[in-house]
Design a protein around this ligand. Structure first.
Ligand code: F6R
Length: 247
């Protein structure tokens, strides 16, 4: 039955990051073997800083935690400064006691994207599935790199990036020029995301307000991938006031 998304509106982006970090660190404290799904991008940056601070302050170890990332640019090596592997190592992993071999990001240079994606799905299953998938959302309501029109039960695969996503990722925050942005990515599917036991989506800023309104209140449609999260039994959106403006 649609309409189950729980919405928490917090004062500002900092409050969202603190609340989200609290959820992640508590989960690991209660379940040191937790399997986490993680995003990259602007959305998780402050939350990752808070996860590092809070886990140190509270003595919570990530040594037995396993992680899977949503996506990776196809054609970039993990050593490339704009790869999502490099982002994760720099922003989170190197500041925690997590074992790098327990962190999984697609290999953007995989010879066979099909084999790489099938192996990724098998690894998630072998770990017993994802306990909590932490998500951001695109301005067009994409989830991971599942652009509008992606199948609701899709699995990991190679996808073309939309012009909107290429533009959003070359606005100077990450790439400076649209021509530098790879044209394809490896991404988990919406089915892979919906299989997680719990979902936590963060959105901050007015640019996300329309995507959030479509996801929470709109009809469940593959035109707005975020709306498919209404089908998940344990999905929370943590928003600042600007992102919640359309609710
Ligand atoms: C990132 C990802 C994307 C982003 C989304 C929002 O791994 O899968 O779906 O979550 O594009 O990006 P930001 O956070 O940069 O606004």
């Amino acid at each position: 039955m649609p309409g189950r998304i729980k919405v928490q509106v917090l004062a500002d982006a900092d409050a969202v990051a603190r609340a989200a970090a609290g959820v992640i660190v508590s989960l690991v404290r209660d379940n040191p073997d937790a399997v986490l799904g993680l995003p990259t991008g602007s959305t998780p940056e402050r939350t990752f800083e808070e996860v590092v601070r809070l886990s140190r302050a509270e003595g919570v170890s990530f040594a037995k935690v396993t992680t899977f990332n949503l996506d990776e640019y196809f054609g970039l090596s993990g050593d490339h400064s704009q790869s999502y592997r490099a982002f994760m190592n720099e922003r989170l992993f190197k500041h925690l006691d997590i074992r790098l071999w327990n962190t999984h990001v697609f290999n953007g240079l995989a010879r066979s994207p099909e084999d790489e994606c099938a192996a990724f799905e098998r690894k998630i299953a072998a770990c017993g599935g994802i306990d909590l998938w932490f998500l951001g959302i695109g301005t067009n309501a994409h989830i991971a790199f599942n652009e509008p029109g992606s199948p609701a039960d899709g699995r990991s695969r190679k996808v073309p990036l939309s012009e909107a996503t290429i533009a959003a990722n070359s606005d100077g925050r990450f790439f400076k020029d649209p021509n530098e942005v790879p044209r394809h990515a490896l991404t988990v599917g919406l089915g892979t995301v919906l299989d997680a036991r719990r979902l936590l989506l963060l959105a901050m800023g007015e640019k996300k307000a329309a995507a959030i309104a479509a996801s929470v209140k709109g009809p469940v449609t593959t035109d707005a991938p975020g709306s498919l999260l209404q089908h998940h039994p344990d999905c929370t959106f943590m928003l600042d006031r600007a992102a919640a403006a359309g609710l």
